[in-house]
Design a protein around this ligand. Structure first.
Ligand code: GLA
Length: 509
């Protein structure tokens, strides 16, 4: 039987022509090119990614352009439709379908986010830069604002992009009811996440979470407070919202019409549009646009201290400029920014133009009360802007006491505006001093170590002579007179903040 079947099958095959073997699928054309896609986030932000890829013998090279600039691909391979490449140690995995490439972007803690990109060029060339006109560099006249470091609140540290009109109104209410306003805090600053799309004429609009910016500013002004806003010289902000690139004058006019009193201008996607050498001119362009509105608007530069901003921040009209990358609510981050990254910048600060070591994290829960007192003391000695970043509606009595301490704020707001500096460092122990009006000196004995310690500072280290009245600012207590040196018991990660007054100055009062 089997034999018979075999015979029949053989005969059948012989009767039909032999089918040619199926052609192997053509290999996909090389991946080489520029692939682009928007990562649309829940908050409405759209983060643009551009992958410049070059395929060569199964290997992939190139760079990823996203957010704050570009990073090279250090290793990459392609096999059929699967693409893998490594950027800054993180692995991106792609699945290709013709001109579309779906990429799993590595996120924090092993999470990945899926992004659809499309090939927009077959050349592995960097993204073209948009046409931009920039002003000739010059020194803008001062706007006369921020004679002492600005004090206020900003939404970013606590709320990120989870912000809306209701929150801002409630924070304004809490600013008043908590005593923050009476202590000197004035600005309510909306950070990233308020932006909507532009209208046909190119005017920026707020998104649906902020239905009426003018009404919001009227509300804030009605409480005797001021309203701040945020944008970027790039085409998008850090969180992927609309930036001010090529809309500087119009946006400044819109902000003025809304009644805005403070603008934080954040570099963010600007590296995709500008050469780094154009940074100063890009900031000057907005400085000029703000000045042209005729409205007093504090101008806050946020470009993470790059390109020696302290040397030109005031010339572009800036009232303050960030000196570092972002702070976070952790001792190691706050202390490294406050203690280690500000040295040498003190010569550039003064009335109207301040170094900004970033906003306060006090009350956000990641540090102890002693650590938050260190944060507040150091910022006061640095003549830093005091921009609270916590939820003012629910803060504890201790948080409120730290943020509103009149004697510590008086150090920050000293009218002479000299920024303090470190005068002694011995391992974890640092003494910082700031000259104040009337010949007084504020001194911070800081203990960065983990055991309580007694610290002493000598007059020669402070450039002082004679007898001084000593006041412990956090204890709100006079500590008598001292000559030659003064000591304090400093808790771990804590501070003793002293004010040393001339005896004569005290007597004159
Ligand atoms: C950058 C800034 C932050 C904040 C975010 C908003 O990271 O440095 O202070 O403004 O952008 O996206």
């Amino acid at each position: 039987m089997r034999l018979l079947l075999l015979l029949l099958a053989t005969l059948a095959c012989a009767a039909r022509p032999v089918a040619p073997p199926l052609p192997a699928p053509p290999p996909p054309d090389p991946l080489t090119g520029r692939w682009q896609g928007d990562q649309v986030r829940e908050d409405g932000g759209r983060r643009l990614y551009q992958f410049v890829l070059k395929e060569d013998g199964g290997k992939v090279s190139g760079a990823v352009y996203a957010g704050n600039g570009s990073n090279p691909i250090t290793e990459g391979s392609v096999s059929g439709e699967q693409v893998t490449f490594v950027v800054k140690g993180a692995t991106y995995r792609g699945q290709r379908r013709g001109e579309d490439l779906q990429v799993a972007i590595p996120g924090s803690r092993g999470a990945t986010q899926s992004l659809a990109t499309h090939r927009v060029s077959r050349e592995a060339a960097p993204p073209p830069r948009p046409p931009i006109t920039l002003p000739e560099l010059r020194e803008l006249p001062t706007n006369g604002l921020a004679r002492t470091p600005p004090m206020g609140w900003n939404s970013w540290n606590k709320f990120r992009t989870r912000i809306d009109d209701k929150l801002i109104r409630e924070i304004a209410d809490a600013m008043v009811s908590s005593g923050m306003q009476a202590a000197g805090y004035q600005f309510i600053n909306i950070d990233d996440g308020w932006e909507g799309s532009r209208d046909e004429a190119g005017n920026i609009r707020s998104n649906e979470r902020f239905p009426d910016m003018k009404a919001l500013s009227d509300y804030v002004h009605g409480k005797g407070l001021k309203l701040g806003i945020y944008s970027s010289p790039g085409f998008r902000t850090c969180a992927g919202f609309e930036g001010s690139l090529n809309h500087e004058s119009g946006d400044a006019r819109t902000f003025a019409a809304w009644g805005i009193d403070y603008l934080k201008y954040d570099w963010c996607t600007a590296p995709l549009a500008y050469e780094v050498s154009q940074m100063r001119a890009a900031y000057q362009k907005m400085g000029e646009a703000l000045a042209a509105t005729g409205r007093p608007i504090v101008y806050s530069l946020c470009q993470y201290g790059r390109e020696h901003v302290e040397q030109w921040g005031a010339a572009v009209g800036g009232n303050l400029w960030r000196t570092t990358g972002d702070i976070s609510d952790r001792w190691d981050k706050m202390s490294s920014i406050g203690f280690d990254k500000q040295a040498g910048l003190e010569t550039q600060a003064g009335p109207g133009h301040w170094n900004d070591p970033d906003m306060l994290e006090i009350g956000n829960g990641g540090m102890s009360d002693d650590e938050y007192r260190t944060h507040m003391s150091l910022w006061a000695l640095l003549a830093a802007p005091l921009i609270a970043g916590n939820d003012l509606r629910t803060m504890s009595a201790t948080t409120r006491a730290i943020l509103t301490d009149a004697e510590v704020i008086a150090v920050d707001q000293d009218p002479e505006g000299h920024q303090g500096k470190r005068v002694v460092k011995e391992g974890d122990l640092e003494t910082w001093a700031r000259p104040l009006a009337g010949g007084a000196v504020a001194v911070g004995l800081f203990n960065r170590g983990s055991a309580a310690t007694r610290m002493t500072v000598r007059w020669q280290e402070l450039g002082l002579e004679g007898r001084r009245q000593v006041r412990d600012l956090w204890a709100h207590a006079a500590r008598g007179k001292a000559e030659g040196e003064v000591s304090g018991d400093v808790p771990p990660h804590g501070v003793v903040l002293l004010r040393l007054d001339r005896e004569a100055a005290r007597r004159r009062k």
